[in-house]
Design a protein. Structure first.
Length: 613
């Protein structure tokens, strides 16, 4: 490990200085002999502010690329990108480029779907009261909005329940079950939660309340004693697609229910704006069924969204909204309700069918979103100060705690700290008599597994590979922090502590054509496992127009050419400190995506720089 650290520092310094001389190597060997592992980590951390790993994907087998070229009559670049995404045949390419609602799987392939539908139909027949219960984040509130509004379209005895983030915490709560008991609800449909709520569901059973669990998180060793458990990640569930979000599982439930009313999938399209919003917000892979649901959901968002979403996007001056717009415009506003006030505000917005009332709800949520921005900015500053003051920048993890931090934004703060230090990160705050936390990971490191290995100090935890939540007793904080650091140190590959740019393909600037860009647009919607293609081009130079932009000159604007190729505007956000690399018409390499830039009604191709070296 000691030698690995030294070599990383030497290689990164040479990359920054663009030198490769023997004297530098001798100096570094001398420093290596004098330095401790801790010192080397400090050096590596400082260099990582300026260094990114470029990971060029291996080219697929040539015969596969050639076969797809011949089948589709496309060039090598397009064929290579498709094979990299696991698309090797004409039929697979057709399904990728032309997703169809007929590609959706039969919902009854999901374990317990027949039981769930039977119990709901029995409740309707017996005029029982049904409580639709869900988490307070985007996935949970959209799922509750979807299932409740569908059921209400033909059955009136439906009420929704979102737990209070602060009084009840994540998932099914005893308070929610008591609410159901006090108000005569005999069936609870839990969405985006419940797969680990064994004690809670046992408690509900003692009160004569049945549960249907619709979740997508990983189950524990024991499943709860519910009437039906819909979760494609169950070991005994053979459902063909495992990566649905919570709202996606909810959609499969209403798809199954629709069959009993002689409805087809076409009758459910209007609900897909909610599903697409959840898919984008929950950062699930946009492959398979998720790709179909996201594509048609985006069409609804752009053509005829429900009033709540229409109210959010009414002032967005953009012809076509993408998944990125869902992630950065729609989702944060829906999330703000649960973070700052209560998730009920989001459900009210998303189930409101009067546009004027929806606009009023949206304006209230906009205020909450502004408050959220102010809070997460302030807490991030305090957390960064804490890390520096405690001199913990050389660790494998970032774990911070302050009792008065707002519980609603610690997940966002954890993401900000991960961007700053690029370490698996956990942010704790006080929640009643316990500590609550949000965790975020770095690319390719499973933070859920690390929490599982440290769970002896936790009361509860749950989540995914890249994001999780947990609670613990305050007296166990330091012990957990040390254990988590130990687990990560032993299991993480050192390369994962440096930000990575995954480059799909090396091309020349002359390969960029309008036809190429037109086909690349058909790769949308982009997202995990189908990210926007990243290209690398070597030996470009700036034509002399390069400059740093922004008040703090943190951004980089270039006009690049490669030999005698056509020139392209290139913009690199956060790359202003690398302007010297492009000075004096020096040759350098770029990694980038290709985008269309619209300005004053004119559309031109632009390179969005990821890094230069």
């Amino acid at each position: 490990m000691h030698l690995w650290l030294f070599l990383q520092i030497f290689l990164k310094t040479n990359a920054l200085l663009q030198k490769d001389d023997f004297a530098t190597l001798l100096i570094f060997i001398y420093l290596y002999r004098l330095s401790s592992k801790r010192t080397l980590y400090c050096c590596l951390f400082l260099l990582d502010y300026h260094y990114m790993r470029w990971n060029l994907q291996l080219k697929p087998e040539k015969h596969k690329v050639q076969a797809l070229q011949d089948a589709l009559q496309v060039n090598e670049i397009i064929a290579t990108l498709l094979v990299q995404r696991g698309i090797e045949t004409f039929e697979e390419a057709r399904a990728f480029f032309r997703p169809s609602l007929t590609d959706l799987h039969d919902p009854y392939l999901m374990k317990d779907m027949d039981k769930a539908v039977f119990r709901i139909e029995t409740a309707i027949q017996n005029k029982e009261n049904i409580l639709v219960f869900g988490d307070y984040d985007v996935d949970g509130t959209t799922a509750v909005s979807l299932v409740s509004s569908y059921l209400k379209s033909y059955y009136p005895n439906i009420t929704t329940y979102i737990p209070d983030r602060y009084a009840e915490g994540y998932g099914i709560s005893y308070q929610g079950i008591d609410f159901a008991d006090d108000n005569g609800f005999s069936l609870i449909i839990a969405l985006d939660c419940g797969i680990k709520s064994i004690d809670h569901i046992n408690y509900a059973n003692t009160k004569g309340i049945d549960f249907i669990v619709c979740d997508h998180h990983r189950p524990g060793d024991t499943l709860p004693n519910a009437v039906a458990i819909l979760d494609p990640k169950r070991d005994d569930c053979d459902y063909p697609y495992k990566e649905l979000c919570g709202c996606g599982v909810g959609f499969k439930l209403i798809q199954a229910l629709a069959g009993n009313r002689n409805q087809t999938i076409e009758d459910l399209v209007s609900y897909l704006d909610l599903v697409a919003t959840a898919i984008g917000a929950d950062i699930v892979p946009i492959t398979g069924e998720n790709r179909v649901l996201a594509k048609f959901g985006l069409e609804v968002i752009n053509a005829n969204p429900r009033p709540g979403i229409k109210a959010i996007i009414q002032n967005i001056k953009k012809q076509v909204l993408t998944i990125s717009d869902v992630v950065f415009i729609i989702a944060p506003r829906i999330n703000a309700a649960g973070r700052i006030k209560h998730g009920n505000y989001a459900v009210e917005l998303l189930t409101e069918f009067n546009l004027e009332q929806a606009i009023e709800f949206a304006s209230q949520i906009e205020v909450l979103n502004t408050d959220r921005k102010d809070l997460d900015k302030q807490i991030t500053i305090e957390a960064l100060d804490q890390i520096k003051n405690n001199k913990e920048t050389d660790k494998f993890t970032t774990v911070v705690y302050q009792e008065d931090w707002h519980k609603g934004v610690i997940g966002i703060v954890a993401s900000r700290l991960t961007e700053s230090y690029y370490r698996p990160t956990i942010v704790f705050t006080k929640s009643g008599d316990k500590l609550a936390a949000s965790a975020r990971s770095v690319k390719d490191f499973d933070i859920y597994n690390a929490l599982e290995a440290s769970s002896e100090f936790l009361i509860q935890f749950g989540g995914h590979m890249y994001a999780a939540g947990m609670t613990l007793k305050e007296e166990n904080y330091e012990a957990f922090k040390n254990k988590f650091e130990e687990v990560v140190q032993q299991t993480i590959h050192p390369d994962l502590l440096t930000p990575e740019i995954s480059v799909d393909l090396e091309i020349n600037l002359q390969d960029i054509t309008e036809k190429l860009v037109r086909i690349l647009k058909q790769f949308e919607p982009f997202g995990p496992e189908n990210m926007t293609p990243v290209f690398m081009t070597k030996g470009v130079h700036d034509t002399g127009y390069g400059k740093a932009l922004g008040q703090d000159e943190s951004h980089l604007k270039l006009f690049v050419k490669q030999n005698n190729s056509e020139g392209y505007n290139a913009i690199g956000f956060g790359l202003g400190n690398k302007k010297n690399i492009s000075d004096h018409r020096n040759k350098f390499d770029i990694s980038y995506t290709i985008e269309e830039n619209e300005w004053n009604g004119n559309v031109s191709l632009q390179l969005r720089l990821k890094d230069i070296r």
